[in-house]
Design a binder for this molecule. Structure first.
Ligand code: C2E
Ligand code: MG
Ligand code: MG
Ligand code: MG
Length: 277
């Protein structure tokens, strides 16, 4: 009886854990329903050339609005989808919707998206040896030259030899390839050269304090120099201020993405703001 009381006294902790598990389980079910019911949305964030300020493309970012929870962050539902085996279905939808949107924009009098649409690909999609063909099927009607695929640095390093092979297949097919969240994934320099990526996306964590923190600034400068030497372009993530944008331009960073230039927007708002002549 005493033991039972003790158990009860640690209950708040167990209850929190049980609650978290329950939420994840329910979230898995609702996410599954949202994917098959096409209730996800794609938002688009502008990418700009730092020297000219011109639009060079956009990144497609997945959004999920749940009736009960409201907006659920991709930082929560993407890892969940990966863990619960839903990421392929989600990724397929993202590819199809991206293609649909690119074609729809092309119909407008203002013309289509300049440059490329960047699409995030998760590790499990990347593990599919047929990925390149699969992407081509899901984006039929859109030229590979209108698409850039983003893979995080850590995903590349899971199976670097396979990554080298797939990246070459992708490049041969005409897709551009960006290494996302660069600087956080411990890639070896010898592999970096062999990945044949077109761009390194400098992780937001280095950009955030680059004005105040000279170590972060040094890392950004080093990434830019290294990318140049390897003939890749650099895209800075999470640029929120004019000063960051100016410094990055001075440092020779090619492109940027961030709230300073524009937030991710639903397709129609993105088009109204960015695809006008
Ligand atoms: P990511 O690919 O590195 O995307 C950039 C993230 O930075 C996005 O977060 C974007 O909204 C956010 N961001 C952009 N500018 C700024 C800024 O100035 N300040 C700050 N603080 N943040 C900024 P989001 O949309 O929450 O997505 C988070 C991550 O979820 C993405 O990181 C990506 O890894 C993943 N993700 C999103 N959509 C998809 C998708 O369709 N498929 C896959 N596999 N992953 C996705
Ligand atoms: Mg990305
Ligand atoms: Mg990123
Ligand atoms: Mg990120």
């Amino acid at each position: 009886h005493h033991a039972k009381r003790r158990e009860k006294s640690i209950c708040p902790y167990t209850q929190t854990m049980r609650h978290a598990l329950h939420r994840r389980q329910r979230m898995t079910e609702r996410l599954n329903a949202a994917i098959s019911g096409h209730q996800l949305a794609l938002y688009f964030q502008p990418q700009v050339d730092l020297a000219s300020g011109r639009l060079t493309g956009a990144e497609a970012l997945c959004r999920w609005y749940d009736a009960e929870w409201g907006w659920v962050s991709p930082g929560e539902f993407i890892p969940l989808a990966e863990e619960r085996g839903l990421i392929r279905a989600l990724g397929d939808w993202v590819l199809e919707e991206s293609a649909r949107q690119l074609l729809a924009w092309r119909e407008k009098p203002e013309g289509g998206l300049p440059g490329r649409l960047s699409i995030n690909i998760s590790a499990q999609q990347f593990a599919d040896p047929e990925l390149t063909r699969h992407i081509a099927q899901l984006t039929a009607g859109v030229s590979p030259s209108a698409i850039a695929l983003e893979l995080t640095e850590s995903d590349f390093m899971r199976d670097p030899d396979q990554a080298v092979e797939i990246t070459h297949t992708m490049r041969q097919a005409g897709y551009a390839l960006s290494i996302d969240d660069f600087g956080t994934g411990y890639s070896s320099l010898s592999y970096l050269r062999r990945f044949a990526a077109d761009a390194l996306k400098i992780d937001i964590s280095f950009v955030r304090e680059m004005l105040e923190n000279k170590n972060d600034r040094a890392i950004v400068q080093t990434i830019i120099a290294m990318a140049k030497a390897l003939e890749m372009k650099t895209v800075a993530e999470g640029v929120e201020t004019r000063d960051q944008a100016n410094l990055l331009a001075e440092m020779g960073c090619n492109e940027a993405q961030g709230y300073w230039f524009g937030r991710p927007l639903p397709a129609d708002e993105f088009a109204a703001q960015w695809l006008t002549t």
